[in-house]
Design a protein around this ligand. Structure first.
Ligand SMILES: Cc1cc2nc3c(=O)[nH]c(=O)nc-3n(C[C@H](O)[C@H](O)[C@H](O)COP(=O)(O)O)c2cc1C
Length: 230
């Protein structure tokens, strides 16, 4: 039977109140070859195959003009320790000054797309512009991820990317606030098993509880149900 209930939540109106949001730094080149960086929180992964992400930029940003002209950009993911530089990159425009020089960050030319990577940030995704959509205040740029460059220190011994080692920032736009990554909880497709009708006792649960490193957790989880987020 379809269960219907009365609305008890308060309406807050039509606003951009989804949460959490990423803190990504977009790298681009101007037509004169000058590199620029800006922060975005309006963004996310939007396709698995081909791997794509989307970011939304106001038309007034220098980065907007740069991406339109170069048809490429990078998404650089800063660490918590780079919070001050990151915040700054979202406060001033590359129209007025050289943000690499002002922050001491280093631009590294991508060999795959016409956009700079930030050497000091642990993770950079190189994107080829595949589509731009005018939505109103913002243009959504959809980029195909042609490669991901990771700092060795962000990887475990098997070469897998470890979120805790990247230590990314998280934005809560409604509070105009940055947050840090929270603690590890569970593998995707694990605790939900307990709600599956007629499901046998969760396999691998004991081993998962004993697993202490991310690689151990992945291995222990492999004995349970495999569900990919996306
Ligand atoms: C946390 C944070 C998130 C932001 N998210 C966006 C965004 O999603 N889209 C956008 O157009 N501007 C966003 N901004 C503002 C730009 O980063 C800012 O206007 C920047 O100075 C533009 O730089 P540019 O003119 O050199 O491209 C954000 C700023 C901060 C601090």
């Amino acid at each position: 039977m379809n269960r219907q209930a009365r609305q008890t939540k308060r309406s807050l109106g039509a606003k951009t109140l989804a949460l959490p949001a990423p803190v990504w730094v977009i790298g681009s080149y101007g037509p004169d070859g000058r590199p620029d960086l800006m922060v975005v929180s309006w963004g996310g992964i939007c396709c698995s195959s081909p791997p794509c992400l989307a970011v939304s930029l106001r038309t007034t940003r220098l980065t907007h003009a740069n991406i339109m002209a170069s048809r490429a950009f990078t998404v650089n993911i800063p660490s918590l320790r780079q919070l001050a530089e990151t915040d700054y990159l979202g406060m001033v425009s590359g129209r007025d000054l050289d943000k690499f020089r002002a922050t001491g960050l280093t631009a590294v030319k991508s060999e795959l797309v016409c956009a700079p990577l930030v050497r000091e940030f642990p993770l950079s995704l190189e994107c080829r512009l595949v589509q731009s959509i005018d939505l109103g205040s913002h243009t959504q740029f959809i980029g195909e991820i042609v490669d991901v460059k990771a700092d060795e220190k962000a990887l475990d011994s098997t070469g897998s990317l470890i979120a805790g080692k990247v230590d990314p920032l998280i934005a809560i736009p409604a509070e105009r606030a940055y947050y840090a990554l929270g603690s590890y909880l569970e593998q995707v497709g694990s605790v939900g098993l307990t709600l599956m009708e007629g499901a046998p006792p969760e396999q691998g649960a004991d081993r998962r509880n004993e697993a202490t490193t991310p690689a151990d957790r992945r291995e222990a989880s492999a004995t349970g149900n495999r569900v990919n987020p996306g």
